[in-house]
Design a protein around this ligand. Structure first.
Ligand SMILES: Nc1ncnc2c1ncn2[C@@H]1O[C@H](COP(=O)(O)OP(=O)(O)O)[C@@H](O)[C@H]1O
Ligand SMILES: [Mg+2]
Length: 212
């Protein structure tokens, strides 16, 4: 039997990485085998692509279409090498960002054609969509306050997307809401402006209700 495929989406600092880890712990406690991964990245090829995307590692500004195709190339590699084999094996897969990030960032925020993005996304995942997408909803300012706290020790710096203007991030958040309305069966919106354990509790209740 195929495993279940869950993705976490939402604006910067909403808690995707934190909640991916906590949901994995809850699932493992139920005896479920879980693979956790992230986008862009999750494979050696994908992590090399991630470095180009997040930090302009190639030393020149990325063309918008190149950015899109790098994200989707990373995803295709992750899909074939990690996600599809794990699901076929019966494991559950949790992914921190996936196809909806492409729609929110490249589509709604950068303004690329939504229909074209839908087709490229579908191609990159061999048409295997997530069974459940958890949209961690948080207002843009609160997300950035969390990131500023995280970066205040000076060890990490804001990446290429985090440096975009606030307007860009408002369009991202609004785009996510449009995506959730478009596919209400796949999406659940989680109120992320709560303590970490409260968000984890909402996530867990939602996963139990929808998939267990
Ligand atoms: N519910 C929460 N309340 C307060 N801080 C949080 C919460 N969830 C995550 N954080 C902190 O905010 C920062 C961003 O969280 P993270 O999980 O990395 O978000 P994302 O992966 O969505 O960017 C981290 O420093 C994290 O510890
Ligand atoms: Mg993260």
């Amino acid at each position: 039997m195929s495993g279940k495929f869950i993705t976490f989406e939402g604006p910067e600092g909403c808690g995707k990485s934190t909640q991916t880890k906590l949901l994995a712990e809850n699932l493992v406690a139920q005896g479920i085998k879980v693979a956790c991964t992230r986008e862009p990245g999750g494979t050696a090829t994908g992590e090399a692509i991630r470095n180009i995307l997040q930090h302009d590692a190639a030393g020149e500004p990325l063309a918008g279409r190149a950015e899109l195709l790098l994200f989707t190339a990373s995803r295709a590699q992750l899909m074939d090498q990690e996600i599809l084999p794990a699901l076929e094996h019966g494991d559950w897969v949790l992914c921190d960002r996936f196809i909806d990030s492409t729609m929110a960032y490249q589509g709604f925020a950068r303004g690329m054609d939504i229909e074209i993005l839908d087709r490229i996304n579908d191609f990159s995942i061999n048409s295997r969509k997530p069974d459940l997408t958890l949209l961690l909803d948080l207002d843009v300012e609160s997300g950035f306050q969390r990131l500023e706290r995280r970066y205040s020790n000076g060890e990490e710096t804001f990446d290429r997307f985090e440096r975009e203007a606030r307007d860009f991030h408002f369009r991202v958040r609004d785009g996510y809401h449009k995506l959730a309305k478009r596919e209400p069966n796949r999406f659940r919106i989680i109120e992320a402006d709560q303590a970490i354990d409260e968000v984890a509790c909402s996530v867990w209740n939602t996963v139990k209700e929808v998939l267990l």
